[in-house]
Design a protein around this ligand. Structure first.
Ligand SMILES: CC(C)(COP(=O)(O)OP(=O)(O)OC[C@H]1O[C@@H](n2cnc3c(N)ncnc32)[C@H](O)[C@@H]1OP(=O)(O)O)[C@@H](O)C(=O)NCCC(=O)NCCS
Length: 197
């Protein structure tokens, strides 16, 4: 077997699975990946904007407190089925089990961007949110310079709902925050005949 196969990851639970990927709940072994991509400046600027740098130990502690034990969030690692590589993270957050709404976000390792993987992972999450959880609204936001994120959301059929002006600080500059959402009936019209799994 070639050495680049991550057998440990390939044995992880396949919570949601598509042609090239599976989503598995995040675990402690994934922490280095998340720590790196949360602090890499270019990705940080794309992913919401400037945030506080942390040392690794504090970061891990906060992750346990705020993420693992947070019932309003679900965090999945994205694993490539071909070799078990951890290539990204996809999250549901601000989950309201009463209103049946939530936000989502996604971040991929650089070499795996622009290969249709964002779209494939998002489709899995959308199916889960609308078809299994029966939620009515899935929403997301980015800043106006994140072309990849805007294109991804538009290509998935998310509707641009509004702009919060100068709401994000990115590399010392205030950028507008663009907000998208999809409602369940919009999802059904677009995807009912075309499941990703
Ligand atoms: C945003 C991100 C998740 C997109 O995922 P991806 O796998 O690169 O996107 P895909 O390859 O699935 O492409 C989806 C669509 O967006 C378009 N697209 C993707 N990246 C693009 C770019 N840099 N410029 C222009 N269009 C782009 C694709 O052409 C495709 O459009 P189509 O379906 O009409 O052909 C990825 O770029 C990423 O991880 N970026 C860094 C973190 C980040 O910005 N996260 C989002 C925070 S809100």
């Amino acid at each position: 077997m070639p050495d680049n196969i991550n057998e440990k990851n390939l044995k992880r639970v396949r919570f949601l699975e598509s042609e090239r990927l599976f989503l598995t709940p995040i675990n402690e072994d994934d922490m280095d990946f998340h720590y790196f991509w949360d602090h890499e400046r270019e990705t940080q600027a794309l992913d919401g904007g400037t945030h506080r740098p942390q040392n690794y130990e504090n970061y891990k502690k906060e992750y346990y407190k705020d993420v693992y034990n947070n019932k309003k969030a679900m965090i999945f690692s994205i694993i490539l089925k071909e070799d078990g590589t951890l290539i990204g993270i996809i999250v549901l957050f601000h989950i309201s089990y009463f209103a049946r709404t939530c936000d989502w976000g996604l971040k991929l390792d650089k070499p795996y961007r622009r290969r249709g993987i964002g779209r494939e992972a998002a489709r899995l999450l959308m199916e889960y949110v609308f078809e299994e959880l029966g939620f009515v609204r899935l929403q997301s936001g980015t800043h106006h310079e994140n072309t990849a994120s805007i294109k991804l959301q538009e290509s998935l059929g998310f509707v641009r709902e509004g702009v919060f002006r100068k709401a994000r600080l990115v590399n010392g500059e205030y950028l507008d925050s663009i907000h998208f959402a999809m409602l369940r009936d919009e999802y059904e019209k677009l995807y009912a005949q075309n499941r990703s799994r």
